[in-house]
Ligand binder design. Sequence first.
Ligand SMILES: Cc1cc2nc3c(=O)[nH]c(=O)nc-3n(C[C@H](O)[C@H](O)[C@H](O)COP(=O)(O)O)c2cc1C
Length: 195
Amino acid sequence: MEALEAILTRRSTRKYKEEIPEKDLVERIIEAGRYAPSGSNSQTTHFIVFTDKEILTEMAELVKEEFSKMEAGRDTYVSLRNSINASRSGNYTFHYGAPVFIVAANKKGYGNAMADSACALENMMIAANALDLGSCWINQLHWLDENERVRAFMGHYGLKEDETITGGLIVGYPDTGLPDRKPLERKGNPVTWVK
Ligand SMILES: Cc1cc2nc3c(=O)[nH]c(=O)nc-3n(C[C@H](O)[C@H](O)[C@H](O)COP(=O)(O)O)c2cc1C
């Protein structure tokens, strides 16, 4: 698929087949993330890749438990508030049963940590689309970056003490076969041309 087409038809997938995509495909997606640009070419984004169903279920349960202990105030950012409220309901969703979860981390205190990771995550989402795989950014681990249990869990699987969780990405075969590629209408993201 041509690059611009892969960008313009990328959508978030939230229903997956159980089957883990071939390792070669997952590696190509991660490579796309690793080839993203980084501030001063720092290349400090760390990719932690989960494909074990039991570990992913354990992670989802942990995230739900920790959100359910939090209180959402009036000033709580809407996505975080939604996660906190959902954790107390029966239909809480975390990784939508996707078979692959790639956690992105970066150095604590590094000013471009989030920007670099976002470049990597976007590269991976576009690569997944180009390879006929679905993907979706999953942010809950970022919100829980300072949570002791979450840090201990992630530390066990490779997160370093000096790293902050910047985001996450689920990947897999969409339940319908190919990704839904119909773009959402753009009502925001204004453009100002200066003459
Ligand atoms: C920074 C960021 C965080 C996001 N977090 C989540 C998330 O935790 N769960 C989720 O289902 N989607 C998440 N998304 C996906 C957005 O909801 C999605 O991109 C948006 O609704 C537009 O839909 P599209 O990706 O299909 O174009 C996130 C996207 C971004 C860029």
